[in-house]
Design a protein around this ligand. Structure first.
Ligand SMILES: Cc1cc2nc3c(=O)[nH]c(=O)nc-3n(C[C@H](O)[C@H](O)[C@H](O)COP(=O)(O)O)c2cc1C
Length: 208
C-alpha cells in the first residue's frame, strides 16, 4: 500500500478529506489505473491519497463467518486494509468492467466489508457513514450503458453504508494505454472529484 501527495490542482475536495484508491484490475498499469490517476492528479496537493493494488495483495477469498459464535480474527493484511478503508473519507473503487460488473478483486474487497460491518462491537457502519464512494472503470465496449450493472452495485453499496455516491468515471479502451485516446474520459477526469456527491438512499432493510 502506498501513500502519496497529489500534484497541485484546482479541485476543492474539501477540508480533512483523504482518498483511498483501490485498484482492482488483474493487470498492473492498465487503463483503469491510468484513468484513476488522471482524476487523482487534479486533487489538491494537501489531500492525502493512499493507493492499494488488490492484485498485489495475497488476500484470500472472503470467508463468511458472520453467524459463527467463534468470532472473527482478521489477518494482518485484512486488518491493514480495514484500517486504510476506515481512515479514508473517500473510497475510490477503480475496477475495469468485467462481465458487465466489478472485477472479482473489487467484489472480494467489498465482500470483506460485510465481515467488517458485522463484527460484534464493530463501528464500521458508523465510521463509513457520511464518507463518499466513487468508481472508476474502463471498458472495451463503446456503449457506456453496458456499465450500468457496475454503477448500480456501487450506488446501492454507498446507500447501504449511508455514504454519499460520487458516481463512476467511465472510460473506453481495451489494450493498456488505450484510454488515453478517449478524449471524453480524459476531460471528465479533470473535474470528476469536484462533482457533487449526493447521499444515496435505499428504502427498507437492505442487508446484502
Ligand atoms: C475478464 C474480462 C472481462 C471483461 N468484460 C468486459 C465487459 O463485460 N464489457 C466490456 O466492455 N469490456 C470487458 N472487458 C474488457 C476490459 O474492460 C478492458 O480491456 C479494460 O480496458 C481493462 O481495464 P484495465 O486495463 O484497467 O485492466 C473484459 C476484460 C476481461 C479481462
Amino acid at each position: 500500500m502506498t501513500t502519496s501527495s497529489a500534484t497541485p490542482g484546482a479541485a476543492p475536495a474539501g477540508a480533512d478529506r483523504s482518498f483511498l484508491f483501490v485498484l482492482a484490475s488483474s493487470r498492473s498499469d492498465g487503463n483503469t489505473e491510468i484513468l484513476a490517476r488522471a482524476a487523482a492528479a487534479q486533487l489538491p496537493a494537501d489531500v492525502p491519497q493512499q493507493w492499494v493494488d488488490l492484485s498485489g495483495l495475497p488476500l484470500p477469498d472472503f470467508q463468511d463467518g458472520r453467524h459463527e459464535s467463534d468470532g472473527w480474527t482478521a489477518g494482518e493484511l485484512e486488518e491493514e486494509l480495514r484500517q486504510a478503508t476506515l481512515r479514508a473519507t473517500d473510497v475510490v473503487i477503480a475496477s475495469p468492467l468485467y462481465w458487465y460488473t466489478l472485477s472479482a478483486q473489487a467484489k472480494r474487497y467489498l465482500d470483506y466489508w460485510s465481515g467488517w460491518l458485522s463484527v460484534p462491537g464493530s463501528d464500521f457502519t458508523q465510521r463509513m457513514a457520511g464518507g463518499t464512494l466513487w468508481g472508476v472503470t474502463v471498458m472495451a465496449d463503446p456503449d457506456e450503458a453496458r456499465a450500468d450493472g457496475l454503477v448500480t452495485t456501487l450506488n446501492h453499496t454507498a446507500a447501504y453504508l449511508r455514504m454519499d455516491f460520487g458516481g463512476v468515471l467511465l472510460g473506453n479502451g481495451s489494450r493498456p494505454g488505450q484510454v488515453r485516446d478517449d478524449d471524453r474520459a480524459m476531460i471528465r477526469a479533470k473535474d470528476f472529484f469536484q462533482r457533487p456527491a449526493p447521499l444515496t438512499r435505499i428504502d427498507g432493510p437492505a442487508q446484502p
